[in-house]
Design a protein around this ligand. Structure first.
Ligand code: EPZ
Length: 417
């Protein structure tokens, strides 16, 4: 198991480009199951999660190759409808293959994605929506066995919660359904818009992505397309956090500031100044940050739950109190115990975390237990006195393209052991 060693209190400087969005790449790779021909997906981040999706696509009969930051998916037909547990288990988000395989082949057999480090991750909204579209789904022995012998039929679907994954699953499945599907209370994340744009380039007819109501007119088949994935807004928030805790001035290149609408004001609240010009974002951080008062995680365009852990690390060294309310996942404060080992003053109770900023953290041996928690430990290590050894780097590699290389290029003293 590799580890990261961070020697703290190095000021960062320079310009760094933001990776492609993991949470856009994953549903788009799954959506290539619907297509015919060769799709080229530019700005696709190289992560263990995207590699896991590529493995599933190859298993299903696609040819997947990487050329630099582009992934090429050649789909001349899907030869299987089952995804083995060994491939499903590698990443939770593989559930989004369910709608794709079912819509393309009329059948899908895949293992129930287990819970994960941040919560139970139920899929009831996915299953009830696919059943409304006409799928017969049996759940047994940890497997989902789904059939749509007469194809899927468009219908109205009202989501009780704007689930990102359920919205994506339904959008993908409905592309090849007969008739029109309307999703109300759909998730509005930028990654939903990116997925819809790729599918429409392939010949789908999706309207309203990014709004609360998405309408999909089913078509007979899809072609292929060339598409560039949007920048990763959570990776951007993570890099901003690294700058904020080290009193640094850095420039992010290739970022869409409007995707960070609920995040940038939090950095300003902490005393950072942010200026953006075209697709560049400059952050200038103060010597000492201010507490950020209250941060509630919400569905987009609210404050993103994935940015909670990185900003919580920032709040640990701010002058004042910050209260987090985690409304999306039920177990997303596991990184706080490790931050306390580094001298942070944090109390959590259910959805609430209260952080009393301290004047400084000290390095320690800490363990990551989930993706964004791992990022919070790197951020804390960057500003801690002395060195911090972070284990569980495999979690970091699921969502960040060699974060240590990016940070080293900005002057951080960080290396992978
Ligand atoms: C996506 O997960 C992201 N993952 C998550 O990012 C992100 O935190 C989350 O959306 C919220 O923005 C990918 O896009 C691959 P949800 P997803 O369905 O689709 C409940 C990261 O760090 N729910 O919007 O699983 C669920 O339990 C990851 O990059 C149901 O109850 O999120 C949760 O409480 C972590 N039933 C809430 O909804 C369902 O059928 C939000 O889940 C589905 C979800």
């Amino acid at each position: 198991m590799s580890k990261l060693l961070v020697n703290g209190r190095q000021r960062l400087e320079g310009t760094v480009s933001v990776q492609g969005a993991k949470n856009s790449a994953l549903p788009i790779l799954a959506a290539t199951v619907l297509t015919g021909g060769e799709s080229v997906i530019f700005n696709c981040p190289e992560l263990t999660d995207t590699e896991a999706s590529a493995r599933i696509l190859r298993w299903l009969g696609c040819e997947v190759t990487r050329s630099g930051e582009a992934v090429i998916v050649k789909n001349d037909g899907i030869s299987r409808h089952d995804i083995p547990d060994s491939l499903m288990r590698r990443t939770r988000s593989s559930i989004v293959f369910l709608g794709a395989v079912l819509a393309r082949t009329g059948r899908a057999k895949l293992s129930f994605p287990g819970g994960c480090e941040i919560g139970m991750r139920p899929i009831d909204l996915h299953l009830s929506a696919l059943r409304r579209l006409g799928a017969e789904i049996r759940e047994r022995h940890g497997y989902l066995d789904c059939r749509a012998p007469h194809g899927l039929k468009g219908c109205k679907i009202a989501l009780s919660f704007p689930s990102v994954g359920a919205t994506e699953d339904i959008m993908i499945a409905a592309c090849l359904a007969s008739g029109t599907t309307t999703i109300t209370n759909a998730a509005r994340e930028p990654e939903i818009c990116d997925l819809a744009e790729y599918l429409n380039r392939c010949g789908a007819k999706i309207h309203g992505a990014g709004e609360g109501v998405v309408v999909i007119d089913g078509v007979k088949r899809l072609g292929s397309a060339v598409h560039t994935i949007i920048p990763d807004r959570i990776a951007a928030a993570t890099l901003l956090s690294c700058a904020a805790v080290t009193g640094s001035e850095i420039v992010l290149d290739g970022v869409i500031s409007s995707h960070l609408g609920a995040v940038l004001p939090v950095f300003e609240q902490a005393g950072c100044s942010l200026t953006h010009r075209e697709n560049q974002l400059r952050i200038v951080s103060p010597e000492r940050l201010r507490g950020m008062k209250i941060i509630r995680t919400m569905p987009y365009p609210g404050f993103p739950t994935d940015a909670q852990a990185p900003l919580l690390a920032v709040s640990c060294v701010a002058n004042g109190v910050t209260v987090f309310i985690e409304n999306i996942f039920e177990n997303r404060y596991r990184h706080t115990g490790e931050l306390v080992r580094m001298g942070a003053d944090i109390r959590t109770e259910g959805k609430i975390a209260v952080i009393e900023g301290v004047s400084g953290l000290y390095g320690a041996a800490v363990e990551a237990t989930d993706l964004r928690g791992a990022a919070s430990l790197v951020i804390a290590g960057l500003c801690a006195e002395g060195s911090t050894e972070i284990s569980g780097v495999c979690y970091l590699d699921r969502g960040y393209e060699s974060l240590e290389r990016t940070l080293s290029s900005l002057g951080a003293d960080i290396k992978r052991l």
